[in-house]
Design a protein. Structure first.
Length: 95
């Protein structure tokens, strides 16, 4: 299995329930593809360097995931379709 780092920028207007739903979806996809969540870190609401759509702030969430390559494709496709996710970045890290 490979190690990945996922940074989510979630809509700042989303209530905690919707934020938790996005994070739970990430956990479920990782578990369904034989992966595991190594660590999670909620960075909270931060100001964006530049405006994205109508957003000037976002809730940042960092997740370290260990899973196979096929799971990353499913994860990225789901995050692209999620309404509450403004941007995301999934990168492979060194083991």
């Amino acid at each position: 299995m490979r190690q990945y780092e996922l940074v989510l920028m979630i809509d700042p207007d989303a209530d905690q329930e919707r934020v938790d739903a996005v994070i739970e979806r990430v956990r479920k996809i990782a578990n369904d593809h034989g992966g595991e969540i190594v660590s999670e870190n909620n960075w909270g609401k931060r100001k964006l360097a530049y405006k994205i759509g109508s957003h000037t702030e976002a809730n940042y969430h960092l997740t370290n995931i260990r899973m196979e390559n096929d799971g990353t494709k499913v994860l990225e496709n789901n995050l692209k379709l999620a309404d509450d996710v403004i941007r995301h970045l999934l990168v492979r890290t060194e083991d």
